[in-house]
Design a protein around this ligand. Structure first.
Ligand code: GAP
Length: 515
């Protein structure tokens, strides 16, 4: 299905209709950029977390998982640089009074150049038909190369100006590109200013003694401050990693695009501690490993690409994003950063504790370097939902909406449907449910005709429908209908669990994907 604004609107509406995602406190008209996961969304998110944790923690003998608190000593955020430098560049339009992130306005301008490239490709495809070689066209067509260079130059200049904190040049760039306010249509802009993204709160009951705290804007610092405790108690030696899944909070200014940019979101991060000088090798290792993990979800390799950072943060000596092809274009899904020894060194200085690691093989102490992999769980949910939503034309001329979710993360693994609500079929269906429910999230459904029930389960993303009919009573068999092919097969009741194994077992899922 084409990926565009229209698809995106449909995905958002569908996510609400089928119990995936609701606006937070909707009865009070919602809270901007804060969302609640409903019955299916919570399952999908839980399954994605589990898939990540299994491959990251259980799949690597040198990685352990922790769960640090959201509230941390405020000195943490001074040492990490967040108090002074965790800012977004803001700009206001004087006519509409709307506030924007200056970098997002510029990136959206560059997106338009990407769209122009897509249109050139489509035109050429039409003109040359089967003989069309897309890769060659992208590498040689003059107009495409011009658009590409224009986009790259804009992003390079923006990155350099932001790194130098040259906000006047960021504004100059917006003016030179003649970017208009999407609401007022005017180019009447204020200067660009920095805005700190951390939410603050207070610890303690009385106003005098209360301590100012922040809600953590990333989970990583909970790993850094625990580095020594975890290393010593887990008896790991360098290189080794610490993984964590948890909430993070950012007072995002431009909070659009549904769950792509939220104020309360979840991260799945891993910090890999290595010997100084070996970090770039490990950085390459984790880049490939993370990309392969994304491929293993089966959303299509063509939907991912790396976007290396042109201008590095002060603490990094290499950084890239794994971008996903969302309905609104390729955007960051996961960041992979070689963070040097910046964080541990900063915490050593600020806390006065010795955070060095004693290397028994080299007989010396040093502050390890860190390679970080950091993925936004909600962005992963959005990638899965937007890629899975499909409208299909069927042979009989009707259309169906189907969510082709990877079975390993689908909320409900199978629906068990008695063909009719009589003749003992509901009782048989419930027995099957009782047998499966400790291993699988299965759902009983006997409302409306079986055809309508199939459609409802297709739209909800349930990979299998198990139908109990009169033959079940005679020979103990049921039909299993595959959501994607709509094909049905008769199997023994005792075989069902084996047939569903790949929907819960990562090993079976990957084996099936390779077939
Ligand atoms: N510890 C490194 C770190 O936090 P980041 O690039 O700022 O790096 C990592 O964030 C990931 O967190 C991003 O790749 C993105 O998937 C997710 N993320 C960041 N801000 C987000 C937001 N406002 N809403 C949803 N996800 C967000």
């Amino acid at each position: 299905m084409a990926k565009n604004d229209d698809t995106f609107r449909k995905v958002i509406a569908h996510a609400k209709e089928y119990g995936y995602i609701f606006a937070s406190s909707e009865i009070y008209d919602g809270l901007s950029a804060v969302y609640d996961y409903a019955q299916n969304g919570a399952e999908l998110k839980k399954n994605l977390k589990d898939y990540w944790w299994r491959s990251m923690v259980y799949g690597n003998q040198d990685i352990v998982g922790i769960d640090a608190s959201i509230l941390m000593h405020p000195k943490t955020w001074k040492a990490s640089g967040h108090v002074d430098a965790f800012n977004d560049p803001l700009i206001d339009n004087k006519d509409s009074k709307r506030r924007y992130r200056a970098d997002v306005l510029i990136e959206e301008h560059v997106d338009k150049l990407d769209k122009k490239i897509e249109r050139e490709v489509k035109k050429a495809q039409k003109r040359f038909g089967d003989a069309f070689d897309k890769e060659q066209f992208l590498e040689t067509n003059e107009r495409v190369l011009r658009y590409k260079k224009e986009g790259q130059d804009i992003l390079k200049r923006m990155g350099e100006s932001l790194a130098k904190e040259d906000l006047a040049d960021v504004k100059a760039l917006i003016e030179e590109l003649e970017i208009v306010c999407p609401v007022s249509g005017s180019k009447n802009w204020t200067d660009v200013r920095q805005f700190n993204l951390m939410f603050s709160t207070k610890l303690g009951a009385s106003a005098d003694s209360a301590m100012d705290l922040y809600l953590r804007p990333e989970t990583a610092q909970g790993i850094f401050v625990n580095f020594q405790n975890v290393q010593q108690t887990s008896r790991q030696h360098i290189p080794f990693g610490i993984a964590q899944i948890g909430k993070a909070f950012r007072n995002e200014i431009v909070a659009r695009q549904f769950i792509f940019r939220m104020r309360e979101f979840e991260q799945m991060e891993m910090q890999y501690f290595v010997k100084p000088g070996e970090e770039l090798e490990w950085y390459e290792h984790w880049k490939q490993k993370r990309l392969e993990w994304h491929y293993s979800l089966g959303l299509g390799k063509e939907n991912y690409r790396f976007q290396d950072h042109e201008n590095l943060s002060h603490y990094a000596n290499a950084a890239t994003d794994i971008q996903f092809n969302y309905p609104f274009g390729f955007r960051e899904l996961e960041g992979i950063h070689s963070r040097t020894d910046f964080d541990l060194k900063a915490h050593e200085t600020a806390s006065g504790r010795n955070l060095k690691y004693f290397d028994p093989f080299e007989n010396k102490s040093y502050i390890p370097y860190v390679v970080e992999t950091s993925i936004g769980l909600d962005r992963l949910v959005l990638a899965v939902l937007s890629n899975s939503y499909q409208e299909e034309e069927l042979e009989n001329g009707t259309t169906r909406v189907v969510m082709k979710l990877p079975a390993i993360v689908a909320p409900v693994k199978a629906a068990v449907l008695p063909l009719v609500r009589k003749d003992g079929l509901p009782e048989l269906a419930k027995e099957i449910i009782e047998d499966l429910q400790w291993e699988y999230n299965v759902q009983y459904d006997d409302k409306e005709s079986v055809g309508r029930r199939y459609r409802r389960q297709d739209a909800a993303g349930t990979p299998y429908c198990i139908t109990v009919d009169h033959q079940t009573k005679e020979d103990g068999t049921v039909t299993i209908r595959d959501r994607d092919t709509m094909e049905q097969e008769r199997v023994k009741i005792s075989e069902i669990s084996n047939r569903l194994r790949h929907t819960v077992s990562a090993r079976d899922w990957i084996a099936q994907l390779k077939k």
